[in-house]
Design a protein around this ligand. Sequence first.
Ligand code: NAD
Length: 377
Amino acid sequence: MRIAVLAETDKTEPRVAATPETVKKFASLGAELAVEAGAGAGSGISDADYAAAGAMIAAKRGDLLSNADVILGVRRPNARELAGARAGAALIAIMDPFGNSPALAELANTGVAVFAMEFMPRITRAQSMDVLSSQANLAGYRSVIDAAAEYGRALPMMMTAAGTVPAARIFIMGVGVAGLQAIATARRLGAIVTATDVRPATKEQVESLGAKFIAVENDEFKQAETAGGYAKEMSADYQAAQKELVAAHIAKQDIVITTALIPGRPAPRLVTADMARSMRVGSVIVDLAAERGGNCELTKPGETVIDKGVKIIGALNLPGRMAATASSLYAKNLYAFVETMISRETKSLAIDWNDELVKATCIAKDRVVVDERFKGK
Ligand code: NAD
């Protein structure tokens, strides 16, 4: 069987879907690897590195795709970019499907089976395949590093002969995977850290990392988690009460990092323009939800806005800013998933269409979009 690794066509995407390490692992399962020339350049991996690990380097997309049983990518390619792919090949990538039904329909029409890694169930068996976690963890880390670099003061308290420097106050909004890593990173750098979330389970997690939890803890809050562990959209009343509490808190912060997301919905607006402007000059906001509309009203995706002396960073693809690490983890996530699709006996692709991981991630098959959420919209 043959596995093809795409070079990303989006110039803002430096990550890659395989590393020399995963190439070797796939080879040991009996797979033949073809990597598109230049695919690893943004992650510091040369064609020679892939070749040394046993991969073929394909200079042309057509050569890469012909005979491929599995096609691995970071972002969803468009149908045109898959010209020459075999019907029935499995295309596995981060599909960003919400709001992109027409593109998915076109992709389905090429005949490839489309798998969205972001729909990997969050169960123990699939933890090693969880791209949302592997990438969000890095984004959380990087958000604090970027904030510290933009902030014109020190983060830890320092007692020096020339005087005492106070510790910076950092507030993390949204305590999922990214938020937890942001808290841990901010703590390591010596800041005074507080955090908020609408899911009650996060209170203990925040406190166990040595940060203080801030939230309106009423009855609605106590039931605000879905069975899948995600946040629900909160009522207008709750949002108003939370807003009041948070507004007073933000005015006293030096750095605010927002990570709040609700699956399949625009990011909730948590920081109004007034709240941002209430921070003192030189403060920094990093909005990790920028890609989904932003948690802060002043956020411009991909830009740093300075408003009344407060910097608002509309961070896009923070994992891509640490592409070598991000690719290494993403490639391992893909390997862990594809390994379950390869028969050890025949050393060929043998997808079990009844496997819950396959059912959850497959959004198109046999030229049909099978995921109800993206059908015919
Ligand atoms: P996410 O990226 O969907 O959202 C980030 C955070 O924003 C969440 O904690 C969410 O509750 C919070 N949020 C949403 N609306 C908010 C609001 N109005 N105010 C404040 N915060 C708000 O979350 P995620 O990182 O994907 O994690 C979601 C869940 O999945 C968590 O329970 C996490 O522990 C769980 N998880 C499980 C596994 C596993 O079992 N394999 C792996 C990773 C994550």
